[in-house]
Design a protein around this ligand. Structure first.
Ligand SMILES: [Mn+2]
Length: 273
């Protein structure tokens, strides 16, 4: 697991990249996204400054896991404090680092005390400046991609790993159905559903970085955006069918946040009689 211990990301003072809005769209919602912040005492001031700036620019903040370095609730409290200084809602999923101390429940409580909504295999619909956004949040899990699939075969422990990924896939599928009515739908993961955004990582560890099984409900239900982290040396942009997939790990973006301007499909104005 040496790969996961290498080079903890340096959160440097912010530049916020922006995805240009589609021309002709009458409304957009600004979503600031990041992953693999790994907050700890040593970087809390930089993280806090970055969050304040992005929080002032965006309608919504999405955090794609590995919020802490070792999964200690005290580290989560630092992030909760950083998120208390702006009004934009913050929605997060946990990553593998957030589970490392076996205290994910306490850690989640700290985050939620600070107003951060943690999604664990669930969906939420929220009104952001008059637009109903559907967010499906799941950590995702391992399993690999074409040529490196973990099969549902053999020792019970390995089959349990396979099954665990299956639970994540089911949650994404169910969550997308629950927010099908929302004009903007986003899937927030930690592990990757595509190999494309892992390009740059050694292929030998791709099985541990995500699973193509996570992509099945996304391909079928076509949300507007999929975000993940975890692959620190991966690639920013990928796709599942028509749905853009972005690896928003801070080390991939080379900045603290990316602000996506998502066009909003509004219902046509009814005729006046
Ligand atoms: Mn990770």
């Amino acid at each position: 697991m040496e790969a996961f211990r290498r080079a903890l990301p340096r959160v440097c003072l912010l530049s916020v990249g922006t995805e240009p809005a589609s021309s002709g769209s009458s409304a957009t919602v600004r979503v600031a996204a990041t992953a693999d912040i790994h907050i700890r005492e040593a970087n809390r001031d930089q993280v806090t400054a970055a969050f304040e700036q992005a929080g002032a620019e965006a309608n919504l903040m999405l955090l794609a896991g590995d919020l802490t370095t070792h999964g200690e609730p005290e580290q989560a409290a630092l992030l909760a404090e950083a998120c208390s200084r702006f009004e934009a809602p913050v929605i997060a999923v946990l990553g593998n680092h957030d589970h490392h101390s076996g205290r994910a429940r306490e850690l989640t409580a700290e985050l939620e005390n600070g107003g951060i909504r943690v999604l664990d295999r669930e969906a939420v619909a929220l009104d952001v400046d008059g637009v109903e956004l559907g967010i499906v949040g799941a950590k995702g899990f391992v399993g690999g991609f074409s040529g490196s699939h973990l099969p549902d075969f053999g020792e019970p422990l390995l089959r349990e790993v396979y099954r665990e990924t299956g639970h994540e896939v089911e949650a994404i599928e169910r969550g997308l159905r629950e927010v099908a009515h929302c004009p903007v739908r986003i899937v927030l993961l930690h592990y990757s559903p595509v190999a494309e955004t892992l390009q740059g990582e050694p292929e030998g560890i791709w099985t541990m970085l995500g699973s193509s099984r996570l992509a099945d409900p996304i391909r079928e239900q076509e949300p507007d955006l999929v975000l993940h982290g975890h692959a620190h040396a991966g690639t920013f942009q990928g796709a599942i069918g028509e749905t853009p997939v972005h690896n928003v790990s801070v080390t991939v973006m080379k900045r603290d946040f990316w602000v996506f301007e998502l066009p909003v499909r509004r219902h046509a104005t009814p005729p006046i009689h």
